[in-house]
Design a protein around this ligand. Structure first.
Ligand code: SIN
Length: 478
């Protein structure tokens, strides 16, 4: 392995190449030294498309068993390098180190899952109307893929996309988030060390995504695009993919409701809402943005929740004791501050937190008296801010929860089985956690409805996104 130093200023196509231009990745801690990273543009993107197309011609011919074996080695190497990958993530985007180690395990679990799934890309045979014909549906790789991953899960979002693509027999060009290129470069280096053939997984770091993305979207050889990020950017990519009719998966924004009924175990609900809201400093697409508590238990819940939020340790993300680290950058902090100021100006009450403490740190914050006209009720805050609202009936909370253009994740806490079923069916979301505040897993379908996206990642559904169905009609000469 090249080690972190060996990756500085370089990008990966069929081999490691020195980037003509570079940019600095500083991370959110002001005292950290900057990394110099290759700044790719149009020329590197065109090179990567050629490499990806050429590599696809031989990669698609490998057996699923060969690809599974490579994925197994990649998985093992990722875990062997867990500390380095975790420390790199923490430095790049400020995730607390204990969470970063957990993310490396999560990232590896996608590789492990798709090692198995590669060998289960079953086709089908089906009856035909003609006695001399047989019908088959084969599953074939879609072709070269372009993936754009976010900074909030710098490792897991790479493997959640690249592992199923590689398992299916597709080649993959990755444009990692500008804040977190080194985690992606480390993962790609380990893929090569595992024996991954040249050009099957390429990484193009870039400060400005547009010069890399434009040729990818225009070139008909790129057959599939997969993106995790904002709804705004997803909409642009969806439009651009129409030109060459690319397959597309979009994992976009959310505005997750967390509903707590009066029959729920409150202590448990408090613990789960804390984990759901404050992991990754609230910078997770499936973090709750609005906590609806039944009015009969709202005061008891709020008291316990404020106490738990006050106990969270905010500080240097490299410290083992830290629960909440800094926000990723100044724009992220400004958005969180803006949402809290807007809510307070419109009458919300701050129970704990409510302000930044210098640098990019914003205190874990709990608010009540939140109303639908406040910015935090319309947009994702993407920070450690928990607004608590109340409701009276099942019908009312279903209406409030569904009254959003988003539909990624929703959560329901209740001891009533019938109510749990009714809510799971009535909530218009791709993911519903029933008494589960952290439902994402490599074996489960992750994705949204409405303006939260298209397609699913994880499980067998995640492999389907990289496969086409080919109908073979076989007739016997008569
Ligand atoms: C995301 O924020 O999109 C990923 C969350 C997860 O996988 O838990």
């Amino acid at each position: 392995m090249a080690g972190l130093d060996g990756l500085l200023g370089r990008y990966l196509t069929d081999a490691w190449k020195p980037g003509g231009a570079t940019y600095e990745v500083r991370g959110p801690m002001s005292d950290a030294e900057a990394f110099n990273v290759a700044n790719c543009g149009e020329a590197e993107a065109r090179e990567a498309i050629d490499v990806s197309w050429n590599a696809f011609q031989s990669w698609r011919e490998t057996t699923a068993f060969e690809r599974a074996e490579l994925l197994r080695r990649w998985h093992d190497l990722i875990l062997e390098h867990r500390d380095l990958i975790a420390a790199t993530m923490t430095r790049e985007m400020g995730k607390p180190i204990k969470e970063a180690r957990g993310e490396v395990n999560y990232a590896a679990s996608f590789v492990r899952w798709y090692e198995g799934e590669a060998t289960r890309a079953y086709g089908e045979t089906f009856p035909t109307a003609m006695p001399h014909k047989r019908g088959l549906a084969l599953r074939t790789p879609v072709g070269p893929v372009y993936g754009v991953t976010p900074w909030n899960f710098p490792a897991a979002m790479v493997t959640r996309k690249a592992a199923p693509a590689l398992a299916a027999g597709c080649t993959f060009v990755l444009k990692p988030a500008e804040q977190t290129p080194l985690t992606a470069l480390l993962l790609a280096d380990l893929w090569r060390e595992a024996g991954g053939p040249e050009g099957t997984l390429q990484v193009l770091p870039a400060l400005d995504p547009v010069p890399v993305t434009k040729p990818m979207m225009e070139d008909a050889r790129i057959r599939k695009v997969t993106f995790t990020g904002s709804t705004e950017v997803g909409r642009i990519l969806y439009r651009q993919s129409a030109e060459t009719i690319k397959k597309i998966s979009l994992e976009l924004g959310g505005h997750a409701p967390f509903i707590i009924f009066d029959d729920a175990d409150l202590e448990f609900a408090v613990r789960e809402t804390i984990a759901c809201k404050f992991r990754n400093a609230g910078q997770t697409c499936v973090c709750t943005n609005r906590i609806y508590v039944h009015e009969d238990v709202a005061d008891a819940f709020t008291e316990k929740y404020v106490e738990a939020a006050s106990g969270l340790v905010m500080g240097d993300p490299n410290d083992e004791a830290t629960d909440v680290g800094p926000l990723v950058d100044a724009a992220g902090l400004a958005k969180v501050e803006g949402h809290v100021q807007d809510a307070v100006a419109k009458g919300a009450t701050v129970h704990v937190g409510g302000s930044s403490t210098g640098g990019l740190f914003f205190l874990p914050t709990v608010l009540t008296g939140v109303t639908p006209d406040m910015a935090m009720m319309q947009e994702e805050t993407f920070g450690p801010v928990a607004p608590i609202l109340t409701f009276r009936s099942d019908e009312e909370v279903i209406r409030l929860a569904n009254d959003t253009p988003y539909g990624l994740a929703a959560y329901v806490y209740t001891a009533d089985l019938a109510r749990a079923w009714r809510m799971a069916e009535a909530l218009d979301y791709g993911i519903v956690g029933v008494n589960d505040g952290v439902p994402a897993a490599a074996y489960a379908p992750f994705g949204g409805v409405k303006q939260s996206g298209l397609g699913r990642e994880g499980g067998p559904w995640g492999l389907d996104e990289y496969l086409e169905v080919r109908y073979v009609s076989m007739a016997m000469p008569r």
